[in-house]
Design a protein around this ligand. Structure first.
Ligand code: SAM
Length: 284
């Protein structure tokens, strides 16, 4: 016997509700409860959210909301939150993550309106779980700019980071973006995760070069996350480089300072640099 869920009694405030990124079965119990009980649902596209509401049996009223909605629309929503519960949803996934909501949350907080999150699906996090790349440190970089120069500049800013990088992309631009990533980051290991949780879900792994070649003339359909592994650790400096750096540094300053400078510059253990510095000094 199944029982109809009891409607929640929600306190006034803003409820950030994550929704599925493809498979509607991924709605959380709490998200469904909040979307059935909220006084109002602010939705990125009310037609998209209507399908989800039908699936979970919610008849709550909706209004469209974007961060570029005019400030009066935002003010009306904020006013409503003072005495009523307002849920914010985007078309798919977690609001605010490459989606509307930042300005609304910022202003709600500024006005001391309670803000609650109902976490759930997010394509970036789902892709990280599929990519077989390190997840201990990652940077979500959103969409790479469409123009080539802006894309190259953005990628150059990320190149030195010791972190896995996560990008959102569309099928039609995938080949171009992978080629730009290879040019700016080198041939790192990467993954393309497509249509996550949907019928044609697919994750392809390889180097950026392999993936750029694969998709150059074959743009795939659907929604895509690109995950790129961190840079390889720099190769240790060879003996000749170390000796030259030490000779120059020891000419100009005391041994201890020279050792500190060279070990930082070449990324070598201080002990090793110190031992070599003593050898060089002894040989003089
Ligand atoms: N807020 C959403 C989230 O939490 O993931 C992201 C919204 S952003 C406008 C849409 C982008 O997310 C798509 O272009 C794609 O890069 C990625 N995306 C969304 N759903 C996806 C899915 N099922 N599979 C792969 N990527 C997806």
């Amino acid at each position: 016997m199944s029982m109809a869920p009891l409607p929640l009694d929600l306190e006034p405030g803003l409820y950030i509700v994550a929704t599925p990124i493809g498979n509607l079965g991924d709605i959380t119990l709490r998200a469904a409860d909040v979307l059935r009980a909220a006084g109002l649902i602010a939705a990125e596209d009310t037609r998209v959210t209507a399908k989800l509401l039908a699936r979970i049996g919610s008849d709550r009223p909706m209004v469209p909301y974007h961060d570029h909605s005019d400030s009066r629309a935002r003010a009306r929503l904020l006013e409503r939150m003072r005495n009523d519960s307002v849920a914010l949803v985007s078309d798919a996934g977690t609001p605010l993550i490459s989606d509307p909501g930042f300005k609304l949350v910022r202003e709600a907080r500024a006005q001391h309106i309670p803000v609650t999150t109902i976490p759930g699906p997010c394509a970036a996090i789902a892709a990280l779980t599929l990519a077989a790349l390190p997840t201990d440190r990652f940077l979500f970089a959103g969409f790479v700019p469409a123009k080539a120069k802006a894309a190259a500049d953005t990628i150059a800013e990320l190149a030195g980071l010791d972190a896995t990088l996560v990008f959102y992309e569309s099928g039609s631009r995938l080949g171009r973006t992978l080629a730009a990533l290879k040019a700016g980051l080198g041939d790192r290991p990467a993954a393309v995760a497509r249509e996550i949780t949907k019928a044609f879900e697919e994750t392809v792994t390889g180097t950026l070069g392999d993936l750029a070649a694969r998709y150059a003339d074959a743009p795939p359909k659907g929604e895509i996350v690109i995950v790129v592994g961190p840079p390889e650790p720099a190769a240790p400096a060879d003996a000749e480089t170390l000796d030259a750096a030490l000779a120059a540094a020891m000419d100009a300053q005391p041994l201890k300072t020279a050792v500190a400078e060279v070990s930082a510059a070449l990324g070598l253990p201080r002990k090793q640099v110190y031992a070599r510095a003593l050898e060089l000094r002894g040989a003089q």
